[in-house]
Design a protein around this ligand. Structure first.
Ligand code: ATP
Length: 313
C-alpha cells in the first residue's frame, strides 16, 4: 500500500510490528492521520487496535517500525507531548475511592495545559448527564466511560486518541458523543477512534482503516466507500422497458426486471444517476426507491476473509 508523504501528519505509522513474546499482534501496519481528520480504526476482537493505540501514547513500545505523533516520537515526547493528547484507554481503570468531581479535578490539575485548573470539565460532565457527586466505585460501566470521555475531551487537546469510546454508552449518549467528535473536528482537533463496527462511526469518520489479525485490510475515505458501493434503485414504470435499454446507460452497473412484473426494474448504480433520470423522464414513473447497501456488510465480509500477507488498499 502506498501512502503519500505525510511530514505534518497528526499520526504517522510506518511498518509497525508488535510482538508479545511469541504472539505477533501487529504485522507491519501503515497509517497516516491528517490534522483535522476524524479517523476510524475498525477491527474485530484481537485485531490489534488497542496495541497500536497504546504505542501511540507510549504505554507500549513497538517491536519494529516507526511512529510519529504530532510530529514526535512518542518515546521522546514525554509529558509535553502527552499534554497535547486526550487519551481514552480501552480498559479504563479509575480510582474508585473518590467522587467523580474530585477525580476530574485531579485530572484537570494533572494535565491541564498552562497549569492547574486551566480547563473546566463541568460543562462536559453536565452535557453527558454525569452525576459528579457519585462515588466512582459505584458507577455503571457507561458512567465510568463518561468520566473517561470528559477527561479526554475537556482540555480540548490537539489530538484525541479514543479506544472504543462508545463502549457502554446508551444510544442517546452515543449521539451526544458523536456530536462532541464533530465539534472537536470543527474546532481543528484531530480524532483517531476505534470501534468494532463501522456503523457506529461511519456518520462522523472522514476515513477508516480496517485492521484484522494485525494487518491493514482496507484504508479508504468513507465517502469513497459509499461511492464504490453505489446505489440500488427500484423503479415501477407504467409500461415495461427492456432492461437492455437501461443497462447501456452511463453509471448503471446492473439491471434486472422483476419476474412477476416486467414493469419493475432493479437498477444498481455506481456512478452519476443523471443518465438514468433523463431516460426515466421519458416514461411514466409510478414509484421509485433508492437505497445504499449497508457499508457494515462490506466491512464484515473483510473480517471473514482468510488471512493473507498482502494488504488491500
Ligand atoms: P479488542 O477489540 O478485543 O479490544 P484489539 O483489536 O484492541 O481487540 P489488541 O487488544 O490490541 O486487539 O490485541 C491484539 C492481539 O494481541 C490479541 O491477539 C491479543 O490477545 C494479544 N495481546 C494483547 N495484549 C497482550 C499481552 N499483554 N500479552 C500477550 N498478548 C496480548
Amino acid at each position: 500500500m502506498s501512502i503519500a508523504p505525510t511530514e505534518d501528519a497528526a499520526i504517522d505509522i510506518r511498518g509497525l510490528h508488535k510482538r508479545y513474546g511469541r504472539h505477533i499482534a501487529l504485522r507491519g501496519i501503515d497509517l497516516s492521520v491528517q490534522p483535522g481528520e476524524i479517523y476510524g480504526f475498525i477491527g474485530p476482537n484481537g485485531a490489534g487496535k488497542t496495541t497500536a493505540m497504546r504505542i501511540l501514547v507510549d504505554v507500549l513500545r513497538p517491536s519494529a517500525g516507526t511512529v510519529r505523533v504530532l510530529g514526535q516520537d512518542p518515546r521522546a515526547g514525554g509529558a509535553e507531548l502527552r499534554a497535547r493528547i486526550g487519551y481514552l484507554p480501552g480498559e479504563l481503570r479509575l480510582d474508585g475511592r473518590y467522587d467523580v468531581a474530585t477525580l476530574l479535578t485531579y485530572y484537570a490539575d494533572l494535565s491541564g495545559p498552562g497549569g492547574p485548573r486551566a480547563y473546566d470539565w463541568r460543562p462536559l460532565a453536565e452535557r453527558l448527564g454525569l452525576d459528579v457527586t457519585r462515588q466512582v466505585r459505584g458507577l455503571s460501566k457507561g458512567n465510568k466511560q463518561k468520566v473517561g470521555l470528559v477527561q479526554a475531551f475537556a482540555a480540548r487537546p490537539e489530538l484525541l486518541i479514543l479506544d472504543e469510546p462508545t463502549s457502554g454508552l446508551d444510544p442517546l449518549v452515543q449521539q451526544e458523543f458523536l456530536a462532541m467528535v464533530r465539534e472537536a473536528r470543527d474546532a481543528g482537533q484531530t480524532i483517531f477512534l476505534s470501534s468494532h463496527v463501522l456503523s457506529e462511526i461511519e456518520h462522523v469518520a472522514d476515513r477508516v482503516t480496517v485492521l484484522r489479525d494485525g494487518h491493514v485490510v482496507l484504508t479508504s475515505s468513507v465517502a469513497q466507500l459509499r461511492t464504490q458501493m453505489g446505489v440500488r434503485c427500484t423503479v415501477l414504470l407504467a409500461d415495461p422497458v427492456a432492461p437492455d435499454t437501461v443497462a447501456g446507460l452511463d453509471g448503471v452497473r446492473t439491471v434486472q426486471a422483476a419476474p412477476s412484473d416486467p414493469r419493475m426494474l432493479t437498477i444498481e448504480l455506481t456512478g452519476s444517476p443523471d443518465a438514468l433520470i433523463k431516460m426515466l423522464s421519458r416514461h411514466t414513473v409510478l414509484d421509485l426507491t433508492a437505497e445504499r447497501p449497508d457499508l457494515e456488510a462490506v466491512v464484515m465480509s473483510l473480517y471473514r476473509q482468510p488471512d493473507q500477507d498482502g494488504e488491500r488498499a
